[in-house]
Design a protein around this ligand. Structure first.
Ligand code: NAD
Length: 349
Protein backbone atom coordinates (compact mmCIF):
# COMPACT_ATOMS: atom_id res chain seq x y z
CA UNK A 1 0.00 0.00 0.00
CA UNK A 2 1.46 3.38 -1.01
CA UNK A 3 2.01 5.72 1.94
CA UNK A 4 1.22 9.45 1.63
CA UNK A 5 3.05 12.23 3.43
CA UNK A 6 1.08 15.26 4.42
CA UNK A 7 1.51 18.83 5.71
CA UNK A 8 -0.90 21.37 7.17
CA UNK A 9 -1.20 25.09 6.49
CA UNK A 10 -2.97 26.85 9.36
CA UNK A 11 -2.14 25.20 12.68
CA UNK A 12 -4.94 26.69 14.79
CA UNK A 13 -7.84 24.92 16.47
CA UNK A 14 -8.80 22.67 13.56
CA UNK A 15 -5.35 22.24 12.02
CA UNK A 16 -3.98 20.90 15.29
CA UNK A 17 -7.10 18.74 15.77
CA UNK A 18 -6.33 17.06 12.43
CA UNK A 19 -2.75 16.55 13.62
CA UNK A 20 -3.67 15.00 16.97
CA UNK A 21 -7.05 13.35 16.47
CA UNK A 22 -7.71 12.62 12.80
CA UNK A 23 -4.51 11.97 10.85
CA UNK A 24 -3.11 9.46 13.42
CA UNK A 25 -6.15 7.26 12.66
CA UNK A 26 -5.43 7.24 8.92
CA UNK A 27 -3.97 3.89 7.92
CA UNK A 28 -1.55 5.15 5.25
CA UNK A 29 -1.18 8.92 5.70
CA UNK A 30 1.61 10.36 7.79
CA UNK A 31 1.88 14.01 8.93
CA UNK A 32 5.34 15.49 8.45
CA UNK A 33 4.95 19.17 9.26
CA UNK A 34 2.97 22.39 9.13
CA UNK A 35 3.17 26.12 8.54
CA UNK A 36 1.31 28.92 10.32
CA UNK A 37 1.83 32.68 9.96
CA UNK A 38 1.58 33.14 13.73
CA UNK A 39 4.99 32.64 15.44
CA UNK A 40 3.30 31.18 18.54
CA UNK A 41 1.64 28.52 16.37
CA UNK A 42 4.97 27.87 14.59
CA UNK A 43 6.40 27.08 18.01
CA UNK A 44 3.41 24.83 18.77
CA UNK A 45 4.10 22.85 15.57
CA UNK A 46 7.69 22.21 16.68
CA UNK A 47 6.62 21.47 20.28
CA UNK A 48 4.20 18.87 18.91
CA UNK A 49 7.12 17.12 17.21
CA UNK A 50 6.43 18.13 13.61
CA UNK A 51 8.57 20.04 11.10
CA UNK A 52 7.75 23.74 11.49
CA UNK A 53 8.32 25.13 8.00
CA UNK A 54 9.58 28.75 7.97
CA UNK A 55 7.23 29.68 5.11
CA UNK A 56 4.45 28.25 2.96
CA UNK A 57 6.89 28.29 0.05
CA UNK A 58 9.27 26.05 2.03
CA UNK A 59 6.45 23.62 2.80
CA UNK A 60 5.42 23.44 -0.85
CA UNK A 61 9.04 23.01 -1.96
CA UNK A 62 9.39 19.86 0.16
CA UNK A 63 9.30 17.01 -2.39
CA UNK A 64 8.25 14.51 0.30
CA UNK A 65 4.86 16.24 0.75
CA UNK A 66 2.10 14.63 -1.34
CA UNK A 67 -0.92 16.21 0.30
CA UNK A 68 -1.64 19.59 1.93
CA UNK A 69 -4.50 20.36 4.32
CA UNK A 70 -5.68 24.00 4.24
CA UNK A 71 -7.05 24.83 7.72
CA UNK A 72 -6.89 28.63 7.75
CA UNK A 73 -9.73 31.18 7.99
CA UNK A 74 -12.20 30.65 5.15
CA UNK A 75 -11.16 33.57 2.89
CA UNK A 76 -7.62 32.09 2.64
CA UNK A 77 -8.67 28.66 1.34
CA UNK A 78 -8.64 29.60 -2.35
CA UNK A 79 -5.18 31.18 -2.75
CA UNK A 80 -3.50 28.58 -0.52
CA UNK A 81 -5.20 25.67 -2.32
CA UNK A 82 -4.25 27.03 -5.75
CA UNK A 83 -0.62 27.51 -4.69
CA UNK A 84 -0.44 23.93 -3.41
CA UNK A 85 -2.07 22.44 -6.53
CA UNK A 86 0.31 24.40 -8.76
CA UNK A 87 3.19 23.03 -6.67
CA UNK A 88 2.01 19.51 -7.56
CA UNK A 89 0.35 18.67 -4.23
CA UNK A 90 -3.06 17.11 -3.66
CA UNK A 91 -5.21 19.35 -1.44
CA UNK A 92 -7.78 18.94 1.30
CA UNK A 93 -9.61 22.14 2.21
CA UNK A 94 -11.40 22.60 5.47
CA UNK A 95 -15.05 23.53 5.05
CA UNK A 96 -16.49 25.70 3.62
CA UNK A 97 -14.43 24.60 0.62
CA UNK A 98 -14.47 28.13 -0.74
CA UNK A 99 -16.27 31.46 -0.28
CA UNK A 100 -18.43 30.94 -3.39
CA UNK A 101 -19.22 28.38 -6.11
CA UNK A 102 -17.20 30.48 -8.59
CA UNK A 103 -14.10 30.15 -6.37
CA UNK A 104 -14.53 26.38 -6.19
CA UNK A 105 -14.95 26.11 -9.96
CA UNK A 106 -11.68 28.05 -10.36
CA UNK A 107 -9.84 25.76 -7.94
CA UNK A 108 -11.23 22.61 -9.58
CA UNK A 109 -10.01 23.88 -12.97
CA UNK A 110 -6.52 24.36 -11.51
CA UNK A 111 -6.65 20.85 -9.98
CA UNK A 112 -7.65 19.38 -13.33
CA UNK A 113 -4.82 21.14 -15.16
CA UNK A 114 -2.34 20.07 -12.48
CA UNK A 115 -3.66 16.45 -12.48
CA UNK A 116 -4.09 16.66 -8.73
CA UNK A 117 -7.02 15.79 -6.45
CA UNK A 118 -8.97 18.37 -4.43
CA UNK A 119 -11.07 17.34 -1.40
CA UNK A 120 -13.27 19.12 1.13
CA UNK A 121 -13.42 18.00 4.75
CA UNK A 122 -17.19 17.54 5.12
CA UNK A 123 -16.54 15.44 8.20
CA UNK A 124 -20.00 15.64 9.72
CA UNK A 125 -21.26 13.09 7.21
CA UNK A 126 -19.60 10.67 9.68
CA UNK A 127 -21.26 12.05 12.84
CA UNK A 128 -23.02 9.30 14.86
CA UNK A 129 -26.24 11.35 15.25
CA UNK A 130 -26.42 11.89 11.48
CA UNK A 131 -25.78 8.18 10.82
CA UNK A 132 -28.76 7.41 13.14
CA UNK A 133 -31.02 9.83 11.23
CA UNK A 134 -29.83 8.28 7.96
CA UNK A 135 -30.90 4.84 9.19
CA UNK A 136 -34.29 6.16 10.34
CA UNK A 137 -34.91 7.69 6.89
CA UNK A 138 -33.63 4.68 4.94
CA UNK A 139 -35.33 1.99 7.07
CA UNK A 140 -38.70 3.83 7.14
CA UNK A 141 -38.93 2.91 10.84
CA UNK A 142 -41.27 5.89 11.40
CA UNK A 143 -42.86 5.56 7.94
CA UNK A 144 -41.97 7.86 5.07
CA UNK A 145 -40.09 10.84 6.49
CA UNK A 146 -41.65 14.11 5.37
CA UNK A 147 -40.11 16.65 7.73
CA UNK A 148 -36.62 16.96 9.20
CA UNK A 149 -35.60 19.68 11.65
CA UNK A 150 -31.86 19.91 12.26
CA UNK A 151 -30.63 22.36 14.87
CA UNK A 152 -27.48 23.42 16.65
CA UNK A 153 -28.11 25.86 19.49
CA UNK A 154 -25.47 27.48 21.67
CA UNK A 155 -25.44 30.46 24.01
CA UNK A 156 -21.85 31.70 23.66
CA UNK A 157 -22.15 34.06 20.69
CA UNK A 158 -19.88 33.68 17.66
CA UNK A 159 -16.67 31.97 18.82
CA UNK A 160 -13.08 33.07 18.11
CA UNK A 161 -11.88 36.13 16.21
CA UNK A 162 -12.09 35.98 12.39
CA UNK A 163 -15.54 34.30 12.49
CA UNK A 164 -17.00 37.70 13.51
CA UNK A 165 -16.20 39.29 10.13
CA UNK A 166 -17.82 38.66 6.74
CA UNK A 167 -14.60 39.46 4.87
CA UNK A 168 -12.83 36.46 6.48
CA UNK A 169 -15.80 34.19 5.74
CA UNK A 170 -17.29 34.51 9.22
CA UNK A 171 -20.85 33.92 10.37
CA UNK A 172 -22.81 30.83 11.23
CA UNK A 173 -24.07 29.96 7.72
CA UNK A 174 -20.43 29.40 6.70
CA UNK A 175 -19.66 27.71 10.01
CA UNK A 176 -22.15 25.12 11.32
CA UNK A 177 -24.54 25.86 8.46
CA UNK A 178 -22.18 24.27 5.94
CA UNK A 179 -22.24 21.01 7.91
CA UNK A 180 -25.97 20.82 8.57
CA UNK A 181 -26.87 21.67 4.96
CA UNK A 182 -24.31 19.21 3.59
CA UNK A 183 -25.82 16.41 5.70
CA UNK A 184 -29.29 16.99 4.24
CA UNK A 185 -28.04 17.24 0.65
CA UNK A 186 -26.12 13.99 1.19
CA UNK A 187 -29.12 12.23 2.77
CA UNK A 188 -32.07 13.25 0.62
CA UNK A 189 -32.57 12.53 -3.06
CA UNK A 190 -33.77 14.91 -5.71
CA UNK A 191 -33.78 18.63 -6.28
CA UNK A 192 -34.62 21.40 -3.82
CA UNK A 193 -37.35 23.51 -5.32
CA UNK A 194 -37.50 26.43 -2.87
CA UNK A 195 -35.27 28.02 -0.24
CA UNK A 196 -36.51 30.36 2.50
CA UNK A 197 -34.12 31.96 4.98
CA UNK A 198 -33.74 34.47 7.76
CA UNK A 199 -30.52 35.46 9.49
CA UNK A 200 -29.92 36.96 12.91
CA UNK A 201 -27.42 39.76 13.60
CA UNK A 202 -28.50 40.66 17.09
CA UNK A 203 -24.94 40.47 18.46
CA UNK A 204 -23.92 43.35 16.19
CA UNK A 205 -21.43 41.55 13.94
CA UNK A 206 -21.34 42.21 10.18
CA UNK A 207 -22.18 38.56 9.51
CA UNK A 208 -24.92 36.27 10.78
CA UNK A 209 -24.82 35.02 14.38
CA UNK A 210 -27.51 32.49 13.55
CA UNK A 211 -30.08 31.61 10.93
CA UNK A 212 -33.20 29.61 10.12
CA UNK A 213 -33.47 28.04 6.67
CA UNK A 214 -36.34 26.08 5.14
CA UNK A 215 -35.62 23.75 2.24
CA UNK A 216 -38.54 22.41 0.20
CA UNK A 217 -37.41 19.30 -1.65
CA UNK A 218 -39.29 18.50 -4.87
CA UNK A 219 -40.02 15.06 -3.31
CA UNK A 220 -42.27 16.81 -0.79
CA UNK A 221 -39.83 16.50 2.13
CA UNK A 222 -39.46 19.77 3.99
CA UNK A 223 -36.41 20.56 6.15
CA UNK A 224 -35.74 23.24 8.72
CA UNK A 225 -32.09 23.98 9.46
CA UNK A 226 -31.26 26.32 12.30
CA UNK A 227 -28.12 27.52 14.03
CA UNK A 228 -28.24 29.84 17.02
CA UNK A 229 -25.57 31.36 19.24
CA UNK A 230 -27.99 33.06 21.66
CA UNK A 231 -30.12 30.05 22.66
CA UNK A 232 -29.82 29.65 26.42
CA UNK A 233 -32.37 26.84 26.20
CA UNK A 234 -31.43 24.66 23.21
CA UNK A 235 -34.01 22.83 21.12
CA UNK A 236 -33.28 19.16 20.27
CA UNK A 237 -30.50 18.43 17.75
CA UNK A 238 -32.95 16.50 15.46
CA UNK A 239 -36.75 16.31 15.25
CA UNK A 240 -38.02 14.09 12.44
CA UNK A 241 -41.59 13.32 11.40
CA UNK A 242 -42.70 10.34 9.35
CA UNK A 243 -46.08 9.07 8.22
CA UNK A 244 -46.13 6.54 11.11
CA UNK A 245 -44.10 8.20 13.85
CA UNK A 246 -41.73 10.79 15.18
CA UNK A 247 -38.06 10.56 16.11
CA UNK A 248 -35.97 12.87 18.21
CA UNK A 249 -32.27 13.10 19.05
CA UNK A 250 -31.81 15.54 21.86
CA UNK A 251 -28.07 15.85 22.26
CA UNK A 252 -24.57 14.65 21.24
CA UNK A 253 -24.86 11.69 23.63
CA UNK A 254 -27.70 10.47 21.39
CA UNK A 255 -30.43 10.77 24.03
CA UNK A 256 -33.71 10.37 22.19
CA UNK A 257 -36.24 7.87 20.90
CA UNK A 258 -38.70 6.94 18.21
CA UNK A 259 -42.42 6.95 18.94
CA UNK A 260 -44.22 4.79 16.39
CA UNK A 261 -47.94 4.31 15.74
CA UNK A 262 -48.93 0.66 16.24
CA UNK A 263 -52.11 0.92 14.20
CA UNK A 264 -53.77 -1.57 16.61
CA UNK A 265 -55.70 0.87 18.79
CA UNK A 266 -57.76 3.48 17.03
CA UNK A 267 -59.76 4.48 20.10
CA UNK A 268 -59.92 8.26 20.30
CA UNK A 269 -57.98 9.49 23.34
CA UNK A 270 -59.93 11.13 26.12
CA UNK A 271 -59.94 14.94 25.95
CA UNK A 272 -57.58 16.73 28.32
CA UNK A 273 -57.71 20.12 29.95
CA UNK A 274 -55.14 22.48 28.36
CA UNK A 275 -54.89 25.95 29.80
CA UNK A 276 -58.45 27.02 30.52
CA UNK A 277 -59.84 24.92 27.66
CA UNK A 278 -60.52 21.31 26.72
CA UNK A 279 -58.82 19.55 23.78
CA UNK A 280 -58.65 16.20 21.99
CA UNK A 281 -56.05 17.44 19.46
CA UNK A 282 -53.09 17.24 21.81
CA UNK A 283 -54.33 14.54 24.19
CA UNK A 284 -51.69 11.78 24.57
CA UNK A 285 -52.44 8.70 22.42
CA UNK A 286 -53.87 5.69 24.29
CA UNK A 287 -51.30 3.23 25.65
CA UNK A 288 -51.72 0.68 22.84
CA UNK A 289 -51.73 3.23 20.02
CA UNK A 290 -47.97 3.87 20.08
CA UNK A 291 -44.79 2.09 21.01
CA UNK A 292 -41.56 3.69 22.17
CA UNK A 293 -38.46 2.38 20.37
CA UNK A 294 -34.78 3.02 20.95
CA UNK A 295 -32.84 4.89 18.29
CA UNK A 296 -31.14 2.60 15.76
CA UNK A 297 -27.36 2.17 15.73
CA UNK A 298 -26.84 4.19 12.55
CA UNK A 299 -25.76 3.26 9.02
CA UNK A 300 -21.93 3.35 8.85
CA UNK A 301 -20.06 4.88 5.90
CA UNK A 302 -17.75 2.62 3.89
CA UNK A 303 -14.50 4.06 5.25
CA UNK A 304 -13.11 7.07 7.15
CA UNK A 305 -12.54 10.43 5.46
CA UNK A 306 -8.75 10.08 5.42
CA UNK A 307 -8.76 6.45 4.27
CA UNK A 308 -11.05 7.48 1.42
CA UNK A 309 -8.74 10.39 0.50
CA UNK A 310 -5.82 7.95 0.43
CA UNK A 311 -7.69 5.44 -1.75
CA UNK A 312 -8.89 8.11 -4.19
CA UNK A 313 -5.33 9.43 -4.65
CA UNK A 314 -3.52 6.11 -4.86
CA UNK A 315 -6.16 3.84 -6.38
CA UNK A 316 -8.83 6.01 -8.05
CA UNK A 317 -11.44 4.87 -5.47
CA UNK A 318 -14.90 6.45 -5.45
CA UNK A 319 -15.04 9.60 -3.36
CA UNK A 320 -17.33 9.81 -0.34
CA UNK A 321 -17.33 13.62 -0.58
CA UNK A 322 -17.71 14.46 -4.26
CA UNK A 323 -16.67 17.87 -5.60
CA UNK A 324 -19.96 18.30 -7.48
CA UNK A 325 -21.80 17.81 -4.15
CA UNK A 326 -19.68 20.52 -2.56
CA UNK A 327 -20.34 22.81 -5.53
CA UNK A 328 -24.09 22.27 -5.09
CA UNK A 329 -23.72 23.06 -1.38
CA UNK A 330 -21.96 26.37 -2.13
CA UNK A 331 -24.70 27.23 -4.67
CA UNK A 332 -27.30 26.51 -1.99
CA UNK A 333 -25.48 28.82 0.42
CA UNK A 334 -25.60 31.59 -2.19
CA UNK A 335 -29.36 31.01 -2.55
CA UNK A 336 -29.72 31.18 1.25
CA UNK A 337 -27.90 34.53 1.39
CA UNK A 338 -30.14 35.79 -1.42
CA UNK A 339 -33.33 34.58 0.29
CA UNK A 340 -32.28 36.10 3.62
CA UNK A 341 -31.34 39.43 2.03
CA UNK A 342 -34.52 39.83 -0.01
CA UNK A 343 -36.90 38.25 2.50
CA UNK A 344 -38.31 36.25 -0.44
CA UNK A 345 -38.18 32.50 -0.86
CA UNK A 346 -36.14 31.68 -3.96
CA UNK A 347 -36.36 28.89 -6.50
CA UNK A 348 -33.21 26.76 -6.43
CA UNK A 349 -33.21 23.69 -8.70
P1 NAD B 1 -8.23 29.19 13.99
O1 NAD B 1 -8.34 30.67 13.99
O2 NAD B 1 -8.21 28.45 15.28
O3 NAD B 1 -6.93 28.74 13.17
C1 NAD B 1 -6.58 29.29 11.94
C2 NAD B 1 -5.06 29.32 11.87
O4 NAD B 1 -4.68 29.73 10.54
C3 NAD B 1 -4.42 30.33 12.82
O5 NAD B 1 -3.45 29.69 13.62
C4 NAD B 1 -3.81 31.39 11.90
O6 NAD B 1 -2.63 31.96 12.42
C5 NAD B 1 -3.54 30.56 10.66
N1 NAD B 1 -3.42 31.33 9.41
C6 NAD B 1 -4.17 32.37 8.97
N2 NAD B 1 -3.78 32.76 7.74
C7 NAD B 1 -2.75 31.95 7.40
C8 NAD B 1 -1.91 31.85 6.25
N3 NAD B 1 -2.07 32.69 5.21
N4 NAD B 1 -0.95 30.91 6.23
C9 NAD B 1 -0.77 30.07 7.29
N5 NAD B 1 -1.53 30.12 8.41
C10 NAD B 1 -2.51 31.04 8.45
O7 NAD B 1 -9.44 28.68 13.07
P2 NAD B 1 -10.05 27.20 13.06
O8 NAD B 1 -11.19 27.13 13.99
O9 NAD B 1 -8.94 26.23 13.21
O10 NAD B 1 -10.64 27.16 11.58
C11 NAD B 1 -9.80 26.91 10.48
C12 NAD B 1 -10.61 26.29 9.37
O11 NAD B 1 -11.15 25.05 9.82
C13 NAD B 1 -11.82 27.12 8.92
O12 NAD B 1 -11.97 26.99 7.54
C14 NAD B 1 -12.98 26.48 9.65
O13 NAD B 1 -14.21 26.66 8.97
C15 NAD B 1 -12.57 25.04 9.66
N6 NAD B 1 -13.13 24.24 10.75
C16 NAD B 1 -13.70 23.05 10.43
C17 NAD B 1 -14.24 22.27 11.42
C18 NAD B 1 -14.84 20.95 11.05
O14 NAD B 1 -15.46 20.30 11.88
N7 NAD B 1 -14.67 20.50 9.81
C19 NAD B 1 -14.21 22.70 12.76
C20 NAD B 1 -13.61 23.91 13.05
C21 NAD B 1 -13.07 24.68 12.04
Amino acid sequence: MKELTMAIVGYGGMGSYHAHALIPDAAHIHLKGAFDIDPARQQAIADDGFVSYPSYGALLADPEIDLVLVATPNDRHKPLAIQALNAGKHVISEKPAMMSPAELEEVLAVAKDAHREFFTHQNRRWDPDFRVITEIVESHSIGDVFRIESRVHGANGIPGDWRHYAKYGGGMIRDWGVHLLDQLLFLLDGPISRVTAETSTILGNDCDDGFTVRLDFASGIRCVVEVGTTNFIPLPRWYVKGTRGTAEIIDWDLAGEQVIATGVDTTAPAPIKAGVGLTKTIAPPTENAVRHAALPAGTPLAESFYDNVHDVITDGAERIVKNEEVLRLLRLIDAIFQAAETGQSVGFE
